[in-house]
Every structure is written in C-alpha cells, then in structure tokens.
Design a protein around this ligand. Structure first.
Ligand code: UGA
Length: 381
C-alpha cells in the first residue's frame, strides 16, 4: 500500500478489507478543477499525504487558495487550447478525472454548439490520450442521459406504475430523450455519445475507464449567484439562494413539479475517491452517485430552503418571500424540456464501492445554506 493509499484508507468511513485492497493513485489530473465538483475534489486530494494534482481549468476562482500548495500544478487553459500540453500532462499521471463541461440547462438551448463541443468534441482527445498512455479515465457524465422517465411518455402519467419503474439502474435503464425541437436534450445526447465513445475505446483499444453519473450534487461553491459573482441563470440551488439573499420571488418553472434527489458534495467526493482507490473493481463500469431517499419536488425544495434560510438568518420575515410560477418558455426560452424525475439505483455503488451516503436532504441543505449564510452576510453585495 502506498503512502497515499494508507491516508486514503483513513478518510473513508469503512476501512477497506484485505480482500479488496486499494491502491490510491499518486498523481491525478483533474480536468475542470475550478468548477463546483472539481474544487471540492482537489481540496480533498491535496489533503491526502503525498498525492499530487495536475489541474486544468480556464478559470481560477475556487482553487486560487490552493496555488501555494507545491503538490498542486495548475494550468489555466481550455482543454482544446494546447493539445500537446494536455497529452504530456495526461501521460504524467496515474489517473484522469474529467469534469470539464458546460452543464447548466440555461445553456442547452441558447449555446447548443458550445454545449456539444464541451461535452463531446473536447472529450475525444482526453479519451485518446488516456488510452495511448495507459492512464485510467474517470469521466463525469450525468443523470440527465436518461432524459425523462418511461412514465412521463405514457398517455396517462398518473397510471399505477410502481415507483421502482422510475429508479435508474446503471446497466439496464434505457435513455429516453425528446425530439430535435426540444433543444434541452442536446446536452444529454452529447453526454450519451461521449459515454458510448469511452465504452468503445475500452472494448476496442483497451482504455481503462469508469463513468460516473452525478444525481444533483449540492454544496458550497455551486455555479454562481447572479448579480453577486456572475450573470445568467444558474442551476436551481443557486437561483433559489440568489432569490433568498436578495429577497426576490423564488421562481418555480412549470409549477415546480419536477422531482430531483440531492446529494451533498462531501459524500459525492467520498464516492469519487473510492472509485480512484478501487482501480480494478471499477474498471469499465458506470456508477450512479446519488441518494435515492433525498427526493423532493422543486416546489417543496423552495419551501424547505426558505425555512432553513429564515432559521439561519434568524429572520421570520424571510418566510414571506413569495414563490412565483413561471413557464419554462419564459424562464429558459424555447426548446426547454425537463427530466420529470431522477432516482438513482444505489446497489452498485454500495456493493463495489462500499459507499452509502447518510446525509438527509434537510442535513445537506442546512450544511450548504449555512456556508452561503456566512459567505453572503446580509446587505453585502
Ligand atoms: C442539471 C444538469 O442538466 C445535469 O446534467 C446535472 O446532472 C444536474 O443539473 C445536477 O446538478 O446534477 P437539472 O437538475 O435539471 O440538471 O438542473 P437545475 O437547473 O438545477 O433544475 C432543476 C429543476 O429546477 C428543473 O425542473 C428546473 O426547471 C427547476 N428550476 C430551476 C426552477 O423551478 N426554478 C429555478 O429558478 C431554477
């Protein structure tokens, strides 16, 4: 066991058994290291003895404080901007975690070409360089590859189909996307094709890969808050936080009926580290990282966030912030469609990774909002 492996074993809730030996990579490339998931992963990797991180990102916002760490080697660049440097960096590591992607639904219909480029075209050289150098690739895909549930396509959505039908299994559940006019699915389609390309590189050219599909991770440093540290329409957690901080209506798209399961980023990163530690067992496998019983619809999410925020701010008047219904066309523009429900099957992650997240939705939201409460004090813009 390397130094890094020993230290990895100490972070994990369960000590890996002797029948499932782990060997943690000494040097990891994190592509998209400054993003939401990326910066949490890099922080955790650098907290492990001896692990070196080569980070690529076009932005340097969330990881700036790590630059002084001699084990963090940061390249501020797009993946496509310097293929030779990317190839050299990939050849110098034991594993690559690819998180670089545009993954915000407000872009899928407005910057479709960029979305397809970042989620498919830019992935191809990463896959090729990993295969050529014999380096393990952990690629972050999305729960959105499933599109909508089978139930949602049936004439009577209220049919008495059992809940189990909506549970998304890594290796059995079909991908059900909408027609071309629903531009929303450009992202899911690009992610699907990237998954198929990676699988084929494994089968035909020996690439060692793992695909991870995140199911709505939440935590500090998600996206940006419009008007505070960015412009545009971020994902729902940031939209609702901006509304709460600025005391504006919380907008519910198409009634806020869509359902999601949320997982706190700290537990998600645990899952990723376990994948890196179990190279052999995770090879050529897809894993869902999510928490099935943390399910809520978006309307309930707004209500929960509002009451947690009122508690944190110790201000009951926050409970009066209104919920406002808006159509998806008004909110996102034409071509928007939505995943009605996303429940991850968790058996594979439990069995192979020995990973079972425990934080409830209330707990995950409280931790997340607690961080924003400290970072965005009242009246500070
Ligand atoms: C997005 C990405 O498309 C996925 O790839 C990614 O895996 C996922 O986020 C994630 O975070 O894991 P989605 O869950 O649809 O998928 O993204 P959000 O923008 O967070 O939307 C969630 C729901 O909230 C949608 O139904 C949306 O219409 C709704 N919403 C969003 C509101 O009702 N109000 C808002 O202000 C914003």
């Amino acid at each position: 066991m390397s130094r890094a492996a020993i230290s990895e074993a100490t972070f994990a809730a369960g000590i890996p058994s002797m029948h499932n030996p782990t060997s943690f990579p000494d040097r990891v490339a994190v592509l998209g290291c400054d993003g939401f998931i990326g910066h949490h992963l890099v922080e955790r990797l650098l907290s492990m003895d001896g692990v070196e991180v080569v980070g690529w990102d076009r932005e340097l916002r969330r990881t700036r404080h790590l630059l002084s760490n001699p084990r963090f080697h940061f390249r501020q660049a797009d993946l496509a901007s310097d293929p030779s440097a990317l190839e050299r960096d990939i050849a110098s590591v034991d594993a690559v975690v690819n998180l670089a992607a545009l993954c915000n639904p407000s872009l899928y219909g407005s910057q479709t070409l960029d979305v397809i480029r970042s989620n498919f075209t830019d992935v191809e050289p990463v896959v090729r360089f990993c295969a050529q150098a014999g380096v393990k690739l952990v690629h972050l895909s999305t729960s959105e590859v499933f599109g909508r549930t089978l139930r949602s396509w049936l004439p009577d959505q209220a049919s008495a189909l059992p809940r189990e039908l909506d549970v998304m299994d890594e290796d059995r559940t079909p991908f059900l996307l909408g027609p071309l006019s629903s531009t929303r699915w450009s992202y899911a389609c690009a992610k699907q094709l990237a998954e198929r390309m990676i699988e084929a590189w494994g089968r035909e050219r020996g690439l060692e890969w793992t695909i991870v599909r995140p199911f709505n991770f939440i935590g500090p440093g998600m996206d940006y808050l419009p008007g505070h540290d960015g412009e545009g329409v971020p994902r729902v957690l940031a939209c609702f936080l901006k509304a709460l901080i600025d005391r504006e209506p919380m907008k519910l798209v198409d009634g806020g009926r869509a359902r999601r399961t949320f997982l706190h980023i700290s537990e998600a990163v645990d899952g990723l580290l376990r994948i890196l530690a179990r190279r052999r067992d995770t090879s050529c496998q897809v894993f869902h990282l999510g928490k099935a019983d943390n399910e809520t619809d978006i309307r309930e999410l707004a209500v929960s966030m509002r009451s947690i925020w009122a508690r944190l701010r110790q201000d009951p008047s926050i409970l009066e912030i209104p919920l406002q219904d808006v159509s998806s066309e008004e909110f996102y523009g034409p071509g928007y469609d939505d995943s009605d429900r996303r429940i991850p099957c968790m058996n594979k992650a439990q069995t192979i990774l020995d990973w079972t997240p425990t934080l409830s939705l209330e707990g995950a939201l409280t931790l997340t909002l607690g961080d924003y409460h400290l970072r965005y004090p009242e009246n500070k813009r």
